[in-house]
Design a protein around this ligand. Structure first.
Ligand code: CMP
Length: 133
């Protein structure tokens, strides 16, 4: 089923010049790029983007990190995009992520875990509004 999802190359990965390699993973897999931009989150944009985590103890750290430098956000389209993208991205804790996944191959951190991807169609729609509207 063709659907869309969103991913964000986080500040740690942009600073490490991994943008091209990360986008290539999705293009090589067969996804089509629909939208792409580089920007820096404002605090209020980040709080809205991550509002599902607002009650978590790491919320402040999460907002501080995602606003710490430029990110690259993409909307991609393809078969089963939401779930397949989560598989390509790997486990949240990069140090536990399987080799072959993006986090497993490129990172060791939790806040600095290289990439974010929408975890549902509803969250994709909400997140796309925050970053593209
Ligand atoms: P992401 O996929 O962007 O979605 C929410 C983020 O919260 C997650 O990646 C991590 O970067 C971050 N996160 C999850 N758990 C923790 C934690 N225990 N401590 C700090 N950050 C966390």
């Amino acid at each position: 089923m063709t659907e869309q999802t969103l991913f964000i190359v986080k500040p740690d990965a942009v600073a490490r010049h991994l943008v091209g390699q990360i986008i290539a993973r999705f293009e090589t897999k067969g996804f089509k790029l629909i939208k792409l931009k580089m920007f820096t989150f404002t605090k209020s944009q980040a709080q809205e983007f991550y509002s599902v985590h607002s009650s978590k103890p790491f919320f402040g750290e999460l907002v501080d990190f995602i606003t710490s430098g430029p990110v690259v956000v993409a909307i991609i389209e393809g078969n089963n995009a939401v779930a397949t993208t989560r598989i390509l991205v790997g486990a949240t804790k990069s140090y536990e992520a399987a080799p072959g996944s993006i986090r497993g191959d490129f990172g060791l951190g939790i806040s600095d875990n290289i990439i974010h991807a929408s975890d549902s169609k509803d969250n994709f729609e909400k997140e796309a509004k925050v970053v593209f509207e």
